[in-house]
Design a protein around this ligand. Structure first.
Ligand code: NAP
Ligand code: GCO
Length: 271
């Protein structure tokens, strides 16, 4: 279909579900979708009070057409019921962003199995659960966009994040497999791999030390980032809109890293 370049990046008329988008990266991506013209922003959280607060925050950001639901993305039955409810109350799900995620920073040999499993369940199994629930309707319409929020840890490891790296590495390959299995239905599944973003998830890595000095990890990451800074969640919006729009209809199975150059950089040499 011949589309004008200006329309290629438009999300006019599209319904977008961003999982776990009460705040942080998911909230920023949902805002970007709304600014690109999305008709309805859909999000979910585990608790009613979080949903209510987030709806207030979306409206304060000027986003009126927003629907929030209570749903734990690891609960397959609840996810399937929510998809049906969205279809009835909102309509088709044009764009799915598997954003909900957690991290546990524990040395692997000290990590309990249930701690490891919880990270895998939320960060890897849940994107499978939600995608599998959304795909049949996208297949019937022969159109859909799935965006999985990957990570630097889809490519790199570091101390204390074994479960998270295993999950995010698996999410990279799940992304490629959804591309492979559903591309024939005109469904594009890509990953967006943020670098180090200032959100509640990374707040412990930026907190000043008891003596008021800078957190060592804060200094470490700034030295590993060419721009010498943490990224802001809003800086992910443009890439997310690209992956959600017709501008990316021929892009499938790719992980686009929005990392400020971390993956390309050996790190700033000590002066
Ligand atoms: P965040 O601030 O901790 O937000 C995570 C969101 O996911 C919260 O709204 C949380 O809701 C929700 N969530 C967690 N488990 C859930 C579940 N079982 N069901 C439903 N919602 C659930 O994290 P973030 O920094 O925005 O990260 C968002 C995504 O980006 C994650 O997948 C993360 O791995 C990834 N990422 C983050 C960074 C970074 O530097 N921040 C970089 C790369 C990738 P609750 O309030 O209920 O916990
Ligand atoms: C960590 C951080 C990272 C970021 C992100 C990097 O402890 O190293 O939390 O994992 O969350 O995934 O891309």
């Amino acid at each position: 279909m011949d589309r004008k370049m200006t329309n290629l990046f438009s999300l006019e008329g599209k319904n977008a579900w961003v999982t776990g988008a009460c705040y942080g990266i998911g909230f920023a991506i949902a805002k970007a979708f709304a600014q690109a013209g999305a008709k309805t922003i859909i999000f979910n959280a585990r608790h009613e009070e979080a949903v209510a607060k987030a709806i207030e925050d979306y409206k304060a950001a000027g986003i009126e057409n927003v629907k929030g639901y209570v749903c734990d993305v690891t609960d397959e039955k609840a996810v399937k019921e929510l998809v049906e409810r969205i279809h009835q109350e909102v309509g088709q799900i044009d764009i799915l962003v598997n954003n909900a995620g957690i991290i546990k920073r524990i040395p692997m040999h000290e990590m309990k199995r249930e701690e490891f499993q919880q990270v895998i369940d939320i960060d890897l199994v849940a994107p499978y659960i939600v995608s599998a629930a959304v795909l049949p309707e996208m297949m019937a319409r022969r159109e859909g966009k799935i965006i999985n929020i990957c990570s630097m840890m889809s490519e790199l490891g570091r101390e204390t994040v074994s479960a998270y790296a295993a999950a995010k590495g698996g999410l990279k390959m799940l992304t490629r497999n959804i591309c492979s299995e559903y591309g024939e239905y005109n469904i594009q599944c890509n990953g967006l791999g943020p670098g180090y973003i200032a959100t509640p998830q990374t707040a412990p890595l930026r907190e000043p030390q008891p003596d008021g000095s800078r957190h060592p990890f804060d200094a470490f990451i700034c030295a590993k980032t060419p721009a010498g800074r943490w990224l802001d969640a809003d800086e992910l919006g443009g890439t997310a809109v690209f992956l959600a729009s017709h501008a990316s209809d021929a892009v499938n199975g790719q992980i686009i890293y929005v990392d400020g150059g971390i993956l390309a950089y050996i790190g700033r040499q000590p002066k």
